[in-house]
Design a protein around this ligand. Structure first.
Ligand code: PDD
Length: 278
């Protein structure tokens, strides 16, 4: 596999970043994961707008223009012959002698790699996910997509140890989001409920697309926090992210949601999302 690192396309085993890179030492960096279907990037412009916002919030700059990022993304997709999967992009503040304050003269670092994956025909989407709840121990700026992902890694690992697929994080009794996705329930009245945007969650690109499709399809949407009890009593539940689209959740803390099978509205939303992406 060819990866991109600071101006060069290299075999992954030859790609190098400094030991002093602040991404490595301080998690001082931001990232994006875009989807590739049929060799094309999906909703990439929205990902780049969010990338720029993450950079701005951390007073960081990209080493190349957003237009150049797109050129590099497409070149990497071409060099790897990627048809379906994810494209990971990371910008860090660069390498400098270890000091908490920002270095004055560090050059930001840009790294990209591709990951081939079956996204359209996903067994998880057919089966539905089992999810456990874990306290949300992340910092208070989850709207910034930083590479500081230890809390979600712990959450996901807790799920694996419990024999589940994923974890939903909660705070003050309300679900914030999944370890790497946005979380939704559908009430018995057929209302789609997902947390409103704020600093408590990542502003998902897939979330935006799915909510807009739900509105067009005249489905009722309510953007507000929902409780763990509401999840237990929900008719359906699902998650969204660039790499999982809309994926049903069929059990929560060991109890079935609805009849324990992927719900009808969830399946319809997945279908609608995939149709407009292709
Ligand atoms: N994760 N919430 C969190 C905490 C996330 O990490 C992600 C994405 C999302 C969904 O955002 P989007 O729809 O823009 O992918 C929500 C990516 C896929 C990851 O870290 O691999």
């Amino acid at each position: 596999r060819t990866v991109y690192v600071n101006g060069s396309y290299l075999p992954e085993e030859d790609a190098k970043v400094s030991v002093f890179d602040r991404g490595f030492l301080f998690a001082d960096g931001v990232y994006e994961v875009s989807t590739v279907l049929e060799g094309r990037l999906i909703d990439n412009q929205a990902h780049l707008v969010r990338l720029q916002r993450s950079l701005d919030e951390l007073q960081m700059t990209s080493p190349v223009s957003m237009d150049d990022i797109v050129t590099i993304q497409n070149e990497l997709i071409k060099q790897n012959g990627l048809k379906e999967g994810g494209l990971y992009l990371q910008i860090t503040r660069g390498a400098a002698d270890r000091d908490f304050a920002f270095p004055k003269d560090a050059t930001p670092s840009l790294v990209m790699f591709t990951q081939e994956k079956n996204l359209l025909n996903s067994p998880a989407a057919e089966r539905g996910l089992s999810v456990i709840s874990v306290p949300d121990i992340r910092w208070q700026r989850r709207d910034i997509k930083t590479v500081g992902l230890l809390a979600p890694a712990l959450a996901k690992q807790a799920a694996v140890v419990a024999g589940a697929d994923d974890a939903w994080m909660y705070e003050d009794g309300f679900v914030t989001e999944g370890s790497s996705n946005n979380a939704y329930i559908i009430s018995k009245e057929g209302k789609i409920i997902t947390r409103h945007l704020g600093n408590e969650i990542l502003h998902g690109i897939t979330r935006r697309a799915v909510l807009s499709l739900a509105n067009e399809a005249d489905m009722e949407v309510e953007e507000r926090p929902f409780t763990l009890d509401e999840v237990r009593n929900a008719a359906e539940a699902f998650v969204t992210s660039a790499t999982t689209f809309v994926t049903p959740v069929v059990s929560f803390d060991g109890e079935k949601i609805g009849d324990g099978k992927p719900g009808a509205l969830t399946k319809r939303l997945r279908q609608l999302y995939i149709e407009q992406a292709l």
